[in-house]
Design a protein around this ligand. Structure first.
Ligand code: HEC
Length: 116
């Protein structure tokens, strides 16, 4: 009887573990992230709706995302790094505010402004 008890307890832990694992991954799946909305919420104030810096952005010397020369030389890693760390006095870091999935999802949004 004692043995059966341990067996039941173990399978219970395994089942709960599997459920937690799968629900955890589905909650943060990339498909659920509305990257455009994230951009409009967190980035538009400086970088503008269309990737052209706003007055505030110009004052801070924000990057113009429609600049083809910049788009050609910047890597996705650099964009991710910039969103994570920001630039002191210019752009706030987002690593505490957004998940890594959300930050990655913003890269194609930034890229989309460079396409004519
Ligand atoms: C408070 C204004 C402000 C906000 C809000 C802001 N940025 Fe910036 N961003 C800047 C400024 C200023 C620079 C230029 C920084 C520099 O020259 O180092 C910049 C630079 C960048 C760059 C270019 C880095 C490079 O290699 O030249 C990227 C990409 C970027 N921001 C993405 C974002 C994204 C995505 C968001 C929203 C999650 C965001 N920024 C929110 C002000 C802002």
């Amino acid at each position: 009887m004692h043995k059966t008890g341990i067996f039941t307890a173990t399978s219970f832990v395994v089942v709960v573990g599997v459920i937690v694992f799968f629900s955890g991954t589905s909650v943060s799946s990339a498909a659920d992230i509305d990257a455009k909305k994230l951009y409009m919420t967190h980035c538009k104030t400086c970088h503008g709706e269309n990737g052209k810096p706003t007055d505030l952005g110009v004052g801070l010397e924000a990057r113009d995302f429609t600049d083809a020369a910049w788009q050609a030389k910047v890597t996705d890693e650099q964009i991710i790094k910039q969103i994570n760390n920001g630039t002191p006095e210019k752009m706030m870091p987002f690593k505490e505010k957004l998940s890594q999935e959300e930050i990655k999802a913003l890269v194609p949004v930034v890229r989309s402004f460079g396409k004519k």
